[in-house]
Design a protein around this ligand. Sequence first.
Ligand code: GAR
Length: 215
Amino acid sequence: MSKRIAVLVSGGGTNLQALIDAQSQGKLGGGELCAVIASKPGVFALERADKAGIPGYVVSRKDYPSSQAMTVALVDKLRALRVDLVVLAGFMVILTEEMVQAFPNAILNVHPSLIPAFSGPGCYGLHVHEQALAYGVKVTGATVHFVSRECDGGPIVLQQAVEVREDDTPETLQRRVMEQAEWVILPQAVSLFCQGRLSVDGRAVHVLPPGGGAG
Ligand code: GAR
């Protein structure tokens, strides 16, 4: 049976677009994008969802007294939608443990660095690339990982390296990391999950051969 996928967003939604494009090319492992949930109204990602015919919802942090109350509301929504896989694609709210308990090893996040570098609380979006340039690394990249209780600390599914250039700004580096890494490995990881080919063993995620998954 095909996996029902919800994508959680907070901004422009270029990673959401990569998933939409992969689905339309039949490259999402049979998964079905069934909902896009934004952490605030009016974000461009909701327009992308609308254009692709995917129902869009808003669960806004400011409508709840705490992160925990927001997380519980989000879990209720995801359960009502009978979601099998939750994808955090530029989702900028840190969720509480109720989310991980409700969807163990079934939440994927894309982060724009080679974790554990430049990750953790406060390290998101353009800040990640500012920090990479300030540190002087020659190689950076992106990571897709399962979400655990520790921010950016869950088992790593896929990583892709990207070179840093002498004349990079945070903006040019962000763009190249998206093009060469995030938009490639996020749809791949989602496809592998939907095919039942990801096996989590402690911190290690094993990619099983095609056809061997539980489906
Ligand atoms: C992406 O670079 C994503 O990796 C990053 O925010 C950007 C969202 O762009 N996420 C994080 O930093 C999470 N810690 P998008 O809305 O165009 O997909």
